[in-house]
Design a protein around this ligand. Structure first.
Ligand SMILES: C[S@@+](CC[C@H](N)C(=O)[O-])C[C@H]1O[C@@H](n2cnc3c(N)ncnc32)[C@H](O)[C@@H]1O
Length: 167
């Protein structure tokens, strides 16, 4: 499943700043795109992607988001295609992720929709309500549908909700 995150952020006019936190970075494919756009990236993933992520501009921490602790705040926080592997429900993860964004900073977050077998059962209305209650603003929302392979090579119908949220 290809998602053009950089273009989506550019189109929303929020690809600004210097620092990115990439949660569940996998092999740093997206982190490298941020580096190409002038950002320095803190990437976290519990699996060992040290070789793939060993490029100037990326600092990799081999840990889960749940165990990650850092006092820094970032211009952009990204959690793409990871909501199904994080331990809490999507809205709780959004609030936790937002804790790492600077004031007026951006969270780019994807969650699986009800047509996706990886749907976690939390309705969009509930997620939107939690975001609003926390005082954050949804700057852009996109719904993606596609058929394509998982990293494990299985064919799957994707239904992905993309949020760009401002703190
Ligand atoms: C489907 S991949 C998404 C990779 C990348 N973000 C992208 O958009 O292509 C999910 C990644 O989340 C990582 N992961 C699994 N559990 C995690 C956790 N608790 N916290 C952070 N990352 C996790 C996995 O190791 C995997 O690399």
């Amino acid at each position: 499943m290809e998602i053009n995150t950089i273009k989506t952020l550019k189109d929303a006019r929020v690809l600004h700043g210097e620092t990115v936190l990439d949660v569940g970075s996998r092999d740093c494919t997206l982190a490298k795109q941020f580096v190409e756009n002038g950002f320095s990236v803190t990437a976290i993933d519990p699996h060992d992607f040290s070789q793939e992520c060993d490029v100037p501009g990326i600092t990799l921490y081999q840990t889960t988001f749940e165990n990650f602790e850092d006092n820094r705040k970032f211009d952009i926080v990204v959690a793409r295609l990871v909501s199904h592997v994080l331990k809490k429900k999507p809205s709780e993860n959004i609030l936790h992720l937002m804790g790492y964004a600077k004031e007026n900073g951006i969270l780019y977050f994807t969650v699986f929709g009800p047509e996706d077998v990886w749907y976690e059962g939390e309705r969009k209305e509930e997620i939107d309500h939690v975001i609003q209650q926390a005082g954050h603003t949804v700057l852009a929302f996109h719904e993606l549908r596609d058929t394509g392979k998982t990293y494990a090579g299985e064919e799957k119908d994707w239904h992905i909700l993309v949020y760009i949220i401002q703190k």
